[in-house]
Design a protein around this ligand. Structure first.
Ligand SMILES: Nc1ncnc2c1ncn2[C@@H]1O[C@H](COP(=O)(O)OP(=O)(O)OP(=O)(O)O)[C@@H](O)[C@H]1O
Length: 282
């Protein structure tokens, strides 16, 4: 069956590529050491080592089934690792839950859109905000001043965040009524609402047309610059990966087979072999 990715060799680094100075050598936001997980006899991820700088945009690529989403699930504690450690801002995340990890600073979007489609755009964003600044149940039921204060602040913050993607005028629209590309953007806004220091994007450009993808690339860089956060993204669209990722990590069969810049990755024989091995030319 034809695979949905292009082999890296075929994608030139765009001349407009935005590759700012990497900050990986400053104290990193994320350090994975010898991370691994087994599902029965399957070593889905093994000896995974990755360091991400505080304001780095990094890419995680690899053929289908390579283990990319599993890495995201390990980072967000959907799965607890069988082996290895994950340090977030120098703190060991062992034994933390997904909620605790989110509060510690990791937010994510999913391969398949997971919005509350019957809620408004604004309410979808506010859900993330309330994860940060909850008011007591009593304040909510009795509509105490604290409730109104926080609701007003949440409203303003939601509009501010939506304006990143110029979506503030859609605040009252039901999320399910948005076009597909806008739903994907809303997912990113909602994740940002939890105030992350590391944002994980799982195939953010999936289903987008080339002009939407180009706009998304600019917005990912803008998000990093505005919020001064790190972004790790999984993506099959090589123009996006090669265009904005300062560091790229390639997985194949659960193992890291290469790490480096876009140019290094595109010329790495192991990477080319991994992609050629599953990509049949017409
Ligand atoms: N909960 C699970 N139980 C058993 N096997 C799993 C589980 N989750 C993932 N796997 C297996 O682990 C391997 C890696 O899957 P994963 O979804 O991480 O790959 P991927 O690189 O994200 O692929 P894709 O690009 O197709 O999304 C696959 O063989 C998959 O079938």
């Amino acid at each position: 069956m034809a695979k949905k990715f292009d082999k890296p060799k075929m994608v030139p680094v765009p001349s407009h590529s935005i590759i700012p100075e990497r900050d990986i050598d400053k104290s990193p936001i994320l350090e994975c050491s010898h991370l691994g997980i087994d599902f029965g006899g399957l070593r889905a991820v093994d000896d995974f080592n990755l360091t991400i700088g505080r304001t780095e945009i990094a890419g995680l690529i690899g053929p289908n089934g390579a283990g990319k989403t599993t890495v995201f699930n390990l980072l967000t504690k959907v799965y607890q690792p069988t082996r290895g450690t994950i340090l977030l801002d120098g703190m060991d995340t062992s034994g933390k839950t997904t909620v605790q990890i989110n509060r510690m600073g990791i937010a994510r979007t999913f391969q398949n859109i997971r919005l509350f489609s019957n809620l408004s755009v604004e309410d979808n964003v506010k859900i993330g905000l309330h994860n940060q600044e909850p008011y007591s149940m009593l304040s909510g039921i009795l509509r105490l001043p604290n409730y109104w204060r926080q609701e007003k602040a949440a409203h303003q913050r939601a509009l501010e965040l939506l304006s990143i993607f110029d979506m503030q005028d859609l605040a009252g629209v039901k999320a399910g009524a948005l076009p597909y590309g806008a739903q994907r953007r809303l997912e990113i806004v909602r994740a940002l609402g939890t105030n992350p220091s590391l944002l994980l994007l799982d195939e953010p450009a999936a289903g987008m047309n080339p002009s939407e993808t180009a706009e998304l690339m600019e917005n990912i860089v803008k998000i990093r610059d505005t919020f001064q956060i790190a972004i790790l993204l999984i993506e099959h669209d090589m123009s996006l990966v090669m265009g904005i990722c300062e560091g790229i990590c390639v997985l194949n069969f659960g193992q890291v087979i290469a790490k480096g810049t876009a140019e290094e990755i595109q010329n790495n024989p192991e990477v080319i072999k991994a992609y050629l091995g599953t990509h049949k030319e017409a």
